[in-house]
Each structure stands twice: as C-alpha cells, then as structure tokens.
Design a binder for this molecule. Sequence first.
Ligand SMILES: *Cc1c(COP(=O)(O)O)cnc(C)c1O
Length: 458
Amino acid sequence: MKTIIEPFKIKSVEPIQFTTEAERHDVLRKAFFNPFLIHADDVLIDLLTDSGTSAMSAKQWAGILDGDEAYAGSRSFFRFEKAVRALTGLKHIIPTHQGRAAEKIIFTIMGGKGKVIPNNTHFDTTRANVEFSGAEAVDLPTDEGKKPDLIADFKGNMNIPALKALIERVGPRNIPLCMITITNNSGGGQPVSMANIRETKQLLKQHDIPLFLDACRFAENAFFIKKREPGYSDKSAASIAREMFSHADGCTMSAKKDAFVNMGGFLALNDDSLAVNARNLLIVTEGFTTYGGLAGRDLEAIAQGLEEIVDEHYLTYRIRSVEYLGQKLVGGGVPIVEPPGGHAIYLDAKRFAPHLRPDQFPGQAIVCELYRAGGIRSVEIGSVMFGKYDSAGKLFSPPMELVRLAIPRRVYTQSHIDYVIEVVLDVFARRNQLKGFRIVEEAPVLRHFTAKFEPLAS
Ligand SMILES: *Cc1c(COP(=O)(O)O)cnc(C)c1O
C-alpha cells in the first residue's frame, strides 16, 4: 500500500511559533497549568481541539466573499438550508452560532426538572445544557466502550439494554428525547454502528421518544461504518450519512467539526410545533430565523464544507492520519484508547502514569509535560473535566482518565504528526517522574476551562 497523502496542496500558510523549554516552563506557570489559559502564540502544535480549527478550502473562502448579508431571506441561508436538508432529510433547519446554542434551545424547550436525557455519552456542553435546564443527563455507553484497551469496531454504541431499563425505571413520559453522539467524542471518538442507531430508534419508537443525533462528526462516523460494518463497503459516505439521519427526528450540530468552518452550527428537526418554539427562542437568543447566530458568509462556508467533508479521498486521509499517530504510539508502548478514534488520539493516563491517583489528575500532568517538553497543547478528559464532588467534598471520578490529542482538519502535515510522536515517546520514557496536581480555584460548571492548578510537591 502506498503512503496515503494529504488530498490537497497548500495555497496559503501561517507560521507556527517556536519557544524554548525555559520559556514554556514560565508560560505554564503563568497559565496556572491549565492549557486553556495559555496564549495560542506560545503553542507550537495545537491539539487542544479539532473544533473551529479546520483549514477552509479555496472554495469556502470564495464563499466568504460571496456571502449574502441580507437580514432576512439571504441567498446564503437558502444554500445552507438546502445543503443541510440534502444531508439530514430533516424538515426544519435552524442556524445557530455553534453547537451549544442548538443544545441550549432544544433543552430549554424539552428539558427541565424531573426530565431525564439519555445519550451514549454526553459531550461536556451537552451535559451542561441538560443540567442547566434542570434535567438529568444519563450516559449509557456499552461495556466495550468503557474498556480503553479493548479493540472493537463500534465502541461508541448506545447501550440498548441499559436504555430499555432506564425507560422502564423513569417512564417514557420523563424522557423527552434520547440523543446519540456520533462519533462518541467523550468516549474516545469511537463510532456508532448503523445497526445500533436503527435499534435505538426502534426501541424509542415503541415509547414515542424522539431520537436526536449529536451530529458533530457525522462524516467520520459514516466512514467508519463504510469500513467496518457489513453491507456498507460499496455505499458512499454521503449515502451512509443520509441513512444515519433517516433514523433521527432531529439533530444538533457543531459545524466547527465536520463542516470545516471556524464558527457555526445548527438545529434540525421534523416536529412542526417544536420548530415554532425553537425559532421563537432563536430570535430572542441568536437572531432571525434565516441567519441565527451567523453571518451570511458563514452559512455559505458551512454549505460548501458539508459537500467537501463527505469526499472519500478526504475521509480516507483523515481517518488514516489519526490512525498513523495511534499506531506509532502503540508501537512505542504508549497506552491509548484503541482502536484510534476519528478525530483524536486519547492517551490512557491511568496506564501512562499509574503512580498518580485520579485526585492527583494524571491526565493534567501529561498535558503539562507535553507542552513543556514539546510545545504541544492537548487537553485532559478525566477527573478535571468530569470529576464531581459528593456532599462530603470527596472527588467522584469518571471511569477513564484520558488526554486528548485532537487533530485539526487539513491543518497539520505528516511531519508535524511525526514530531508529535517523538515528543509523546520522550515524555512516556520519563513517565515515572510525572508529578500530580491539585486544583486551587474552580468554577461550579465546566471547570476545566478556567480552573487553576498547582503542582504537587511529590
Ligand atoms: C463540539 C461539540 C459540541 C458543542 O459544539 P460547540 O460548537 O463547541 O458549541 C457538542 N457535542 C459534541 C459531540 C461536540 O464535539
């Protein structure tokens, strides 16, 4: 097999910033050891997120210039609406400024006290919006999905027996909707199979519970189905994506992921009265129905991006380049969530730094050392992001302690990735010396964005 090359050539470049280890030591201290508080200019390779960090194509940039900025009835809105409808088949297409704005609208209407929202795994903003409405967010990953070293095709799946049990326990009336996150971001970027989406829908249908997809990485999920699920190898990624959406009654989408844009999102749904409520809220919180929280030029770029994302040369390169990083790390003995997910490699901090307890934040220790040693920015997905305290102030940890190396779309080349591999292997070789952290300041919700840390003495 030949090397899978980047399916594009570079038209416009942006320099990256080199710093010394001593400078980064200082930067870390000033940022209270929280990667979200580091200035991007001090980062060499930024793997904090794949969200809003994509490189747009020449055609998307052309669309930026061509965008129609009419307040109402913009031509760019109609192009956007057509592209989203062609993909999802859903009736009402509501633009929002990003994914969480769509979540805020849907959970304001459908959430609330006493309600329970199941999901294969809620993303952090999704959970926050569910809980902010007063509802309870319940994660129902499969047992496979909870085992980071187990190799399986669809570790992102919804746990259907657990969903059935939940419906019986709380009653369908208290479940206004069920979500499936594709791919399962917080669960390691793992895909969900078509069979799982179909069976989840069948179960929900018996109880009149609508199914919503959290569709941020729908194209990556579709490509995994093509590669791994029997019966799909001859189908196009675009048609697989349409089939996934055909089982859904609605979706929320952050276009900052699988639409290659720097800002944007949407809510799409079939129910007419729900759409009326959603549009009313949209006008109060985001903007008029034909622009939501976006400029006409943004809508244009999303429409173009949705066409480009299902290109199979792109998806082949995308999935392969993430897998390449994963294979090289595994080859060097580094414990990661296997198999590699679609948009990121997740280091398994529990096995990487077993000498640190969850309340010493092993993931945060790795994040800081990757930055100090190599200028690479990553993010902890473990006790910092999802830890909760009980009434006695004791930390409740999530099942996994991970460090996410998210790969921005079309931004870095193979030599950048080779450099990342070298730095991770270097830190791994010195893993016994990693020191834990404690939190000295934190916010009540989504604390990982702003928390301040202090290294432990030993
Ligand atoms: C990014 C993301 C969101 C939220 O989208 P934003 O555009 O960041 O508000 C929701 N769900 C998943 C799975 C995501 O990855």
